[in-house]
Design a protein around this ligand. Structure first.
Ligand SMILES: Cc1ncc(COP(=O)(O)O)c(C=O)c1O
Length: 354
């Protein structure tokens, strides 16, 4: 497939790196590609960022058949631009697509197209500490049709957004609320796919958490509401005595790439790391016994996010005196060090762009 490029003279003014928020600004160009049953994925193109025109009956709008990804491009001190494990995001994109009956993309081709798009937009990759260029590949069902079935046509696009810190707290402990009235996903559902409906389903519980003064929701499993699953848009880790624990992937948890990286680093360092079921009762008991040392979230947006307080029913527990713990700090320093090219990359996770 030949990638075509259409350029424009009308470029936006670039923001000040130091004041960047998250997800509000978009670059000058985007990648687009279409799918039709007789042509497969076709017409890959980089073109000026623009609205997508759609029929009001477009299936994605009604039935939510779509998937997306989120990853970042980082600028190193020497000005190089690099990606962190992008192949993992494209693998997950195709896994999500399979669950949503969307045709797979060629991962190698899409990675090359993504690199070309970022190269075109290299001046948009910010250089201030903790900033990056967020990359959002997305696929949506495009048939104009009312009726529940898989669409025959799709649009794949990639947009780019220069970003700063995801949480206003920065790398400081956040407060999370255990959801008791709602669940995010159930066994056999779409929880392990990165699909818009999961995020829509999380909003009301998120609003309740915010109203109560909490940053994020800690989800329990959707069957027994007993086991811990994940938090907001992050996976979750608990340090109990010398064991680093994260809930095992059970079909309703999103298999995070940051999660995978923490586990692989822990194994590389010969630390005791377990992917297993952990119940809210075990967590509360560990806290009472004084063996709960740290809790932290892991995800692309915030990388590692220490958790300082958890509320479950009427109980509120404070972890590590509401301070960032040494383990969260170590994983944060190592992963961001690799991402920004300040540390060795012993695992071969970096993919250079330009
Ligand atoms: C629901 C959910 N869980 C976990 C994660 C963390 O995944 P990753 O580390 O790949 O960003 C994300 C973010 O993508 C998410 O949206």
């Amino acid at each position: 497939m030949e990638l075509s490029i259409t350029t424009t003279e009308k470029l936006k003014s670039k923001p000040d790196d130091a004041g960047l928020g998250f997800g509000t600004l978009f670059t000058d160009y985007m990648f687009n590609m279409d799918y039709a049953p007789d042509k497969g994925w076709h017409s890959p193109r980089i073109e000026p960022y623009a609205s997508i025109e759609m029929d009001p009956a477009t299936m994605f709008l009604h039935y939510g058949q779509g998937v997306f990804e989120g990853l970042k491009a980082y600028r190193t001190e020497s000005g190089r631009i690099q990606l962190f494990r992008p192949q993992e995001n494209l693998k997950r994109l195709n896994r999500s697509s399979r669950r949503l009956c969307i045709p797979a993309v060629d991962e190698t081709f899409v990675l090359d197209a993504m690199k070309q798009l970022i190269t075109t937009e290299k001046d948009w990759v910010p250089g201030a500490p903790e900033t990056s260029l967020y990359i959002r590949p997305t696929i949506i069902a495009m048939d104009p049709f009312l009726g529940v079935r898989a669409s025959h046509t799709y649009r794949f696009f990639i947009i780019l957004s220069p970003v700063g810190a995801y949480y206003p707290e920065g790398f400081n402990p956040i407060k999370i609320l255990v959801a008791s009235d709602y669940v995010r996903a159930v066994r056999g559902g779409v929880g392990e796919a990165k699909t818009p409906g999961n995020y829509a389903a999380s909003l009301l519980a998120g609003e309740h958490a915010h109203e109560a003064g909490y940053t994020q929701v800690l989800w329990l499993d959707g069957v027994e509401q007993k086991y811990l699953e994940e938090v907001g848009s992050m996976n979750i880790f608990f340090v109990i005595d010398d064991e680093i624990i994260t809930p095992e992937l059970n079909g309703s948890i999103l298999p995070g790439i940051t999660r995978k990286s923490v586990i692989e680093l822990a194994k590389h360092w010969s630390e005791k790391v377990s992917e297993r079921k952990i119940s809210i009762d075990e967590l509360m008991q560990a806290h009472t016994a004084g063996s709960l040392k740290e809790v932290f979230g892991a995800g692309t947006a915030a990388v590692i996010s220490p958790v300082g307080q958890i509320k479950y029913g009427d109980q509120v527990i404070t972890i590590n005196d509401n301070q960032t713990g040494p383990i969260a700090q170590k994983y944060y320093n190592t992963i961001t060090g690799i991402q920004y090219g300040q540390a060795e990359d012993p695992m071969g996770w970096i993919v250079p762009v330009a």
